[in-house]
Ligand binder design. Structure first.
Ligand code: ZN
Length: 356
């Protein structure tokens, strides 16, 4: 059943749902207009459907590309980020006006810890600071846009001609990758490609966040602390990378085993981080990469501690054990992706124009 976002009572949430539809149209059209001129008849559908978890899927049916998003997806992301931003020891630069933990936060019993099961809730702090809430909304929008870009990636690369893909199922365990049948190899390589495209495109979103900080008074207030530090583009890059990482941690939190058998969110997040950093470096030759590489691990550590305090799985805790495996896995995946890419080569482009 289709979900109609105009029913949403919370205005800012409704706007997030509605704007996502417009943005995905723009992203999709920029691909179609630039690279598939002979296919001007090609149409697509983006909609929300009534469900109880966080997910998205994409496919092509009867000549129509479609992306369908589970109804609670954006709500779940924003609610999770509201809680993540409630602790003052964490990201205090986001709102320097809040000086004590118990000022500007409230306890709620509504922290949904498993996006697979919205009935599993626990108590958590919730920020009431309007600056942090706006930042949380922005990061929820970023992550939904990332998911949409990933799904558009599947369409652009031609994957949807072969199969229907679910965002949540991308969270398979990559580590027995080479023991799996060939079909699974191909699926994983498809995910690798879709992440590559999404991570390449998503930097336009963080450039928008940067511009908004100078353009709109309301946003300038949110980023005041960071603007003062003088490394706004670098800091925004770090935060955007971390919140995309949080998306994967959240998605995998239903995993019962917190040991090294589930390092996959970290694997994807590290790969996405590398692609985003490389793309930012290409687009912004003046970006202070030394600052970025120095500051990111510190922020990442704080972020992980906060995730742990909320009761979330911390892939970082197994990082030492799996670093070599990650490198090895990314190598294997990269090779696989490039060998099977010729299958859908003619769709393997990235638009030269910005979609934002
Ligand atoms: Zn996918």
């Amino acid at each position: 059943m289709k979900f109609d976002p105009t029913q949403l009572a919370d205005e800012s949430l409704r706007r997030l749902y509605e704007y996502q539809i417009i943005r995905v149209n723009e992203i999709y059209s920029s691909f179609v207009n630039h690279y598939l001129p002979q296919k001007t008849q090609r149409t697509h559908v983006f909609d929300y459907f009534v469900d109880t978890n966080l997910n998205a899927s994409t496919g092509t049916r009867l000549g129509k590309d479609y992306i369908r998003v589970s109804s609670p997806t954006i709500y779940l992301l924003r609610s999770f980020f509201d809680h993540l931003l409630a602790d003052d020891r964490f990201l205090s630069e986001i709102s320097p006006s809040t000086v004590q933990i118990d000022i500007g936060t409230t306890r709620t019993p509504n922290l949904i810890i498993d996006p697979e099961d919205v009935t599993k809730v626990r108590e958590g702090n919730l920020s009431t600071d309007q600056n942090r809430l706006l930042f949380s909304t922005t990061m929820a929008d970023l992550c939904m846009t990332f998911i949409s870009c990933h799904e558009v990636g599947h369409i652009v690369y031609g994957h949807t001609r072969y199969t229907r893909l679910f965002f949540k199922e991308d969270c398979l365990n990559f580590f027995d990758f080479w023991k799996r049948p060939k079909r699974i190899d191909i699926n994983h390589a498809m995910e690798y490609d879709a992440d590559l495209l999404a991570a390449t495109l998503i930097v336009q979103y963080l450039e928008d966040v940067y511009r908004a900080a100078f353009k709109y008074a309301r946003h300038a207030e949110v980023y005041a602390g960071l603007i003062k530090k003088g490394k706004l583009l670098e800091d925004i890059t770090i935060f955007c990378i971390l919140f995309i990482y949080a998306l994967f941690v959240y998605l995998s939190n239903g995993a019962p085993d917190q040991d090294s058998t589930h390092p996959q969110p970290l694997v994807r997040a590290l790969y996405i981080k590398d692609v985003m950093l490389a793309q930012m470096g290409r687009r912004h030759p003046n970006l202070d990469m030394a600052y970025l590489l120095d500051a990111m691990p510190r922020y990442w550590d704080e972020f992980d501690q906060q995730l742990g305090q909320l009761g979330f799985y911390q892939p970082e805790s197994v990082l030492e054990k799996i670093t070599e495996l990650i490198d090895e896995k990314n190598n294997v995946l990269g090779k696989k992706a490039s060998t099977i890419r010729p299958l859908w080569q003619k769709y393997s482009w990235i638009p030269s124009d910005d979609w934002s």
